[in-house]
Design a protein around this ligand. Structure first.
Ligand SMILES: NC(=O)c1ccc[n+]([C@@H]2O[C@H](COP(=O)([O-])OP(=O)(O)OC[C@H]3O[C@@H](n4cnc5c(N)ncnc54)[C@H](OP(=O)(O)O)[C@@H]3O)[C@@H](O)[C@H]2O)c1
Length: 418
């Protein structure tokens, strides 16, 4: 159906001049078609958008600028964020995630530039040689250094925050270093991003932040909370902060596969407990999660991937076939199973676009539109031992040999209570 301007004015109960004014301010949303004689005709979609605009301006007393921000947040129906010509900053860009992220974004998107931010010049130099890519710019800096962060964020559209101290024993032995990098670093990112007018900031978190039993997990939990609530500082500047939370990346620096491979040379591999389970995520999937999160984020969400679990014993047997598996007992600060969504988080969780999204429990900022999501059932939890998707020893062998990519995610297990 198409409407003339006086019909729109009548439907909205506002003068024609207001219709014209709103149309000129909201050109992304109001797109009348033209008749052959050049007359404007408004569509049902235009009417819907006019009603939203009227509601926000007239009933909720929002300014034109605030209304624009809110509507651009809730109208992000697109399938993938447009990174064309964007300036992206990746803290920890020389790490396992950071390098894979840079490679994927350069291959599949067309950013103007990616700033790699980290401390060690040698890792940056190795990466420069490996990538040979002029869109990558290398910034030496520490996330603890607020002034450096501010300078590095000038002109940046999007920040992906991956820098962290992440080795559990190192964080226990150097507790204040873990706090400085993982918590104070998070604060610096938030301050610098707001000051520089960055649009979106995605921070990487971990399942170890859920009911943490070690300092690494506790610092990441604190960082998660700071990022989620950081949205309440942004005000008119409109910077959005969200997190992704995922489990062990098999094959990343310091992960268990290289350890098993090394041990296999002696004919014996060690596993702490035969019942131990973990989630399985690849770097591809981790990067995909971050891109999906950036696409849909409106501020304050924790995006959790739907991924399979495995038994650590099965992984040991797959990596080191024929080797003896010695059980050495669970280590301090280690969990038998990892949890990604607790029952408490579950109350605020929806299944949305192939992910779980934990919505902020407390928010002082405008919440976005997630009406396309499906609430999970009362009592829902998501742990590596109650997963509905499992990798067998055989699957793991094939994945390691490169014969099988990771299994395709099944429908979200919204019924998986308990
Ligand atoms: N790997 C996993 O299994 C896993 C699972 C879940 C979540 N995560 C999260 O994913 C993120 C990336 O992990 P990853 O596996 O890619 O780690 P990684 O390979 O150890 O890389 C860490 C990166 O952070 C940089 N970095 C460390 N401290 C820094 C500081 N103070 N200032 C600036 N840069 C610093 C490192 O470079 P320099 O040393 O040169 O500074 C490096 O580029 C982390 O936040 C981690 O908590 C990882």
């Amino acid at each position: 159906m198409e409407y003339k301007i006086h019909e729109v004015s009548k439907k909205l109960d506002v003068p024609r001049s207001t219709v014209r004014y709103w149309e000129s301010e909201f050109t992304d949303l109001i797109k009348p078609v033209r008749t052959s004689g050049g007359q404007r005709r408004y569509t049902d979609k235009d009417i819907k958008n006019f009603l939203k605009i009227k509601d926000l301006i007239r009933k909720k007393n929002q300014s034109i600028r605030q209304t624009k921000q809110m509507l651009s947040k809730s109208s992000s129906g697109r399938e993938s964020i447009d990174l064309t010509n964007k300036c992206i900053l990746v803290t920890g860009g020389t790490g396992s995630f950071g390098k894979h992220f840079c490679r994927t974004i350069l291959e599949k998107h067309n950013p103007r530039v990616i700033r790699v931010y980290s401390r060690d010049e040698l890792k940056q130099d190795d990466m420069r040689r490996e990538f040979g890519e002029e869109k990558l710019r290398y910034f030496i800096g520490d996330v603890r250094d607020r002034d450096r962060m501010r300078r590095a964020m000038e002109g940046v559209d999007i920040v992906v925050h991956a820098a962290a101290l992440k080795q559990v024993p190192a964080c226990e032995y150097n507790p204040l270093e873990a706090v400085k990098t993982n918590i104070i670093g998070a604060q610096n990112i938030i301050d610098a991003a707001i000051d520089a007018g960055v649009k979106k900031v995605m921070a990487l978190s971990t399942d170890k932040a859920v009911n943490p039993v070690n300092l690494y997990g506790a610092t990441k939990l604190c960082a998660e909370k700071i990022f989620i609530q950081g949205n309440s500082y942004t005000g008119e500047r409109g910077t959005c902060f969200s997190c992704v939370r995922y489990g062990n990346v098999i094959g990343s620096r310091g992960s268990v596969i290289p350890l098993f491979q090394k041990q296999a040379r002696s004919g014996k591999v060690t596993v702490t407990d035969s019942r131990m389970t973990r989630f399985w995520i690849t770097l591809d999937k981790a990067v995909e999660l971050v891109v999906n999160g950036l696409t849909h984020m409106q501020g304050g969400e924790i995006f959790v991937p739907i991924i399979p679990s495995m038994k650590v014993v099965d992984l040991a047997k797959a990596v080191a076939p024929g080797c003896k598996v010695e059980i050495i007992g669970i280590r301090p600060g280690e969990k038998l199973h990892e949890s990604m969504i607790t029952e408490e988080d579950g109350r605020n969780t929806i299944a949305y676009k192939g992910m779980y999204v934990v919505m902020p429990a407390l928010s002082w900022w405008e919440k976005g539109d997630y009406s396309a999501g499906e609430a999970v059932l009362e009592g829902f939890t998501y742990s590596s031992n109650n997963n509905t998707q499992w990798l067998t020893e055989n699957d793991l062998k094939k994945i390691i040999k490169g014969e099988l990519s990771e299994p395709v995610s099944q429908a979200p297990a919204t019924l998986n209570a308990g």
